[in-house]
Ligand binder design. Structure first.
Ligand SMILES: Cc1ncc(COP(=O)(O)O)c(C=O)c1O
Length: 363
């Protein structure tokens, strides 16, 4: 996390220590209101279409579990890219509610095949669910092209942008999605346990919040409920206020740098890393897609990704492992059990990429 983000979180915790939670929150009213305007600016939407949710998974759930789906309905998803928690929820709801799930095929680059997806649409199709940038590697799905299809057929289009917000420019109007979910803790460099949800104003009445409480609804008489008119209907009464304030600081920080500059830098560093890895004998780069994110996946011959991670950790280099646990629908069909995953951000340097390359075994 950047220093201003940490300072914002710690500053609020100090205010809670001094004044108590409610009073500290009241004093932070202006910053908390900026949550909506900052995200509106970041995503090119209106502030009343933004909700704070405690993480990206629950943000997605608040909208997905609110879709009115039943027997006979169909939804389309691209399983290899799907975040596994979203896919688990999809299967749970399909079994509970009796709707059908259609799996759009991949094209030669591993991306959702947009023409094939469009050809799958039937009069019973209600929604398209897509993950933009994948968890397990550098693939970035063509969100804009899928949005054009969704609009042509007036379908609800939900986009999980958890890995892409903060590392690339995201314009909801250009993408045309009705729902977009994301997290604070990844490329936005915000605190853990924070997230956000966008829901298009004219879809809100079709996408009821999965749960309600006294933030999202009020009693209408003694038996009815009235939902909060804007996207705050997807929020919970209680939240981590210091985390919300930290996330505001993180969005401000990213916007001050400029998402165009961040995107260019992440892309350049990731391409350098991929090119350097690909030159080494015995190293295979596994990222698919035409546009790629800052997540770089590779495998070293004769070494497991766990061994590669331990080798790197010994030299102060943090990398991670993508495995069947997080990418079963992607790795299973490709016959991959696990890969090494190195993520770059704009603050990484060419020297650090050089150190990672140096740390690899020479064959
Ligand atoms: C594509 C995608 N969606 C959602 C999530 C979940 O984010 P969170 O941990 O904030 O719930 C992740 C986390 O890795 C992700 O990669």
């Amino acid at each position: 996390m950047p220093r201003p983000v940490v300072d914002a979180v710690v500053g609020h915790l100090r205010a809670e220590e001094r004044f108590g939670g409610y009073e500290a929150e009241k004093r932070a009213a202006e910053t908390l209101a900026a949550f909506y305007t900052e995200f509106a600016g970041l995503l090119n939407v209106s502030p009343d279409e933004i909700a704070y949710v405690e993480n990206a998974t629950r943000a997605w759930d608040m909208a997905f579990y609110g879709l009115r789906l039943g027997p006979g309905d169909r939804v389309i998803t691209h399983a290899p890219a799907e975040y596994v928690s979203n896919y688990l929820g999809l299967r749970q709801q399909a079994a509970r509610l009796g709707f059908e799930v259609d799996l759009a095929p991949s094209d030669a680059d591993g991306l959702v095949d947009v023409s094939a997806l469009e050809a799958m649409i039937t009069p019973q199709t209600r929604a398209i669910l897509l993950t933009h940038a994948t968890t397990a590697g550098g693939m970035v799905n063509p969100a804009v092209e899928v949005g054009q299809v969704a609009r042509r057929h007036a379908l609800i289009y939900m986009l999980d942008a958890c890995q892409s917000v903060g590392q690339m420019q995201i314009d909801v109007q250009a993408i045309g999605c009705d729902v977009l979910s994301g997290t604070g803790r990844k490329y936005l460099r915000g605190p853990r346990g924070t997230g956000f949800l966008y829901v298009r104003r004219d879809r809100m009445d079709e996408i009821e919040p999965a749960f309600v409480d006294l933030k999202s609804a009020a009693l209408d008489g003694t038996t009815g409920i009235r939902l909060t008119p804007d996207a705050r209907r997807y929020e919970a009464w209680e939240s981590n206020v210091a985390g919300r304030i930290g996330l505001v600081a993180a969005v401000r920080y990213a916007r001050a740098i400029g998402l165009d500059r961040i995107e260019a830098r992440v892309q350049a560093l990731a391409e350098t890393l991929r090119a350097e890895l690909a030159r080494l004998p015995g190293v295979t780069v596994h990222d698919r897609g035409r546009v790629k994110s800052g997540l770089v996946t590779f495998r070293i011959e004769g070494e497991t990704p766990a061994e590669t991670m331990a080798r790197m950790a010994g030299q102060g280099i943090n990398i991670w492992i993508s495995s069947m646990l997080t990418a079963p629908m992607d790795f299973g069909p490709r016959g991959i059990d696990s890969l090494s995953r190195a993520s770059v951000h704009y603050y990484n340097t060419e020297d650090e990429i050089g150190r990672l390359i140096e740390a690899l075994p020479r064959r």
